[in-house]
Design a protein around this ligand. Sequence first.
Ligand code: FMN
Ligand code: SF4
Length: 516
Amino acid sequence: MRATRIYVPRETAAVSVGADEVALAIAAQAKKSGALIELVRNGSWGASWLEPLVEVEVGEQRIAYANVARGDVASLFAAGLLEGGEHERRLGPIDEIAWLIDQDRWTLFRCGLIDPSSVDSFRERGGFAGLEAAFAAGPGAVIEAVTKSGLRGRGGAGFPAGIKWRTVAETGADRKYIACNADEGDSGTFSDRLLMEGDPMCLVEGMAIAGFATGASKGYIYLRSEYPLTHRILTRAIDAVRAAGWLGDDIQGSGFRFDIDVHRGAGSYVCGEETAMLESLEGKRGIVRAKPPLPALEGLFGKPTVVNNVITLASVPNIVRLGADRYAALGIGRSTGTLPFQLAGNIMRGGVVEKAFGLSLRELIEDWGGGTASGRPVKAVQVGGPLGAYLSDSQLDTPLDYESFADIGAMLGHGGIVVFDETADMAQQARFAMEFCAIESCGKCTPCRIGSTRGVEVIDRMIAGEKRDENYDLLIELCDTMEHASLCAMGGMTPYPVRSILEHFAGDFASTGGSR
Ligand SMILES: Cc1cc2nc3c(=O)[nH]c(=O)nc-3n(C[C@H](O)[C@H](O)[C@H](O)COP(=O)(O)O)c2cc1C
Ligand code: SF4
């Protein structure tokens, strides 16, 4: 008799709402009822609002049950779970859920679908076909494809990946590195984690392709320290890949040598800045380095280094496998391809939605996110992490692409979207932006180190109603100094959220009373 396959995600968000307990309860109930089951701990499809999302394989279909709790398991079995039986938690076949199938899943297409610990499961869904295609095409053709695809860095700055790779490839150094930035420090972001927990071998494949294209034989993943489950899943996957001969010396007889180490981050926001990350990888304090030299020329241990975000690297295998043109056909203008947008904060349907660039923020929040969780009107939306601008309702029709966001003084960053309803006190959010910078500043340059502390004080005076006009002018001047004189984007972009609040939500300063 064939065992019935049941999928229960082992992914941080699912586990936080009881997925491990559900998995244990399913195993116990199956044993008790003498049912033969195979429990697969998959990753998440990204629909965090449906977790724990349990699936049962029935014939060719996978039947989904949403928000399953440990206490539901007995009644699910009684309702015929193993045959996909009716139950109040039943959603139906996973490939008929509109929220999932209407996405443009280029990078996250295997998340939820496969067993992340199994090389066979990965291979069955096109795993390593990109690396094989790279071996066949040669390094130059891979760089050409990445360039032609228009892929830009998904870590925040949006720099073209092909140019970075070509710079590293053209250096004549004896040793080069691929450093994957998995620090994922931005508020409201979790797509890197979702990929590393749901399809970790895709990242391994992307890094190996980057190594092959640029002539690097060693890669490092700088992993956010607050991701302990990710660390376990990732290291186990890397071990399995190595054991299967897709990492190490002479990969699959190609003559190409490449291996990866996972390095746990130091727990500081600035360690996500690429030069601070390199310092931290070298075992030093994560303090920003002055540029030039660029990491592509003098990076890790002084050697040419490709620094790329998880999603950037994980987008590459399909670009090489399916063709640059297919990727470039998605998106809008110079923002080609897709971005896994992350819906967080006060939102009804939180999770990751991978869509081609160009849909509006309003569509994402209302159609995909279902509006606020509180049911109150949206007041503000912060896009792009703690250094991103707060957008008002009047800006929600802005298309989600790099250029449209730059035009309104905002940025997409890593695609994190944090929603606030009408109860949010935006004066406090402005204070928080400065306070965050004061706490997280690496301290290397004065505008950021001192400016952010003075910024908190000025905002406190404004909130208290002290000489509002004078303090307003001072804050604007301080923002200008921080923007233009800081060494990196930490101090340089903290003014973005502050200025956007002054522009769109100035009333929140007035509401506290006092003289202007
Ligand atoms: C303060 C600060 C924090 C950053 N944090 C991250 C991060 O957590 N993850 C990331 O990929 N990039 C982060 N970046 C951007 C990196 O410096 C760098 O641009 C990126 O890793 C390059 O990869 P990409 O071209 O693939 O985006 C941060 C930048 C700054 C200024
Ligand atoms: S801007 Fe801030 S984080 Fe960046 S180098 Fe200066 S002190 Fe460090």
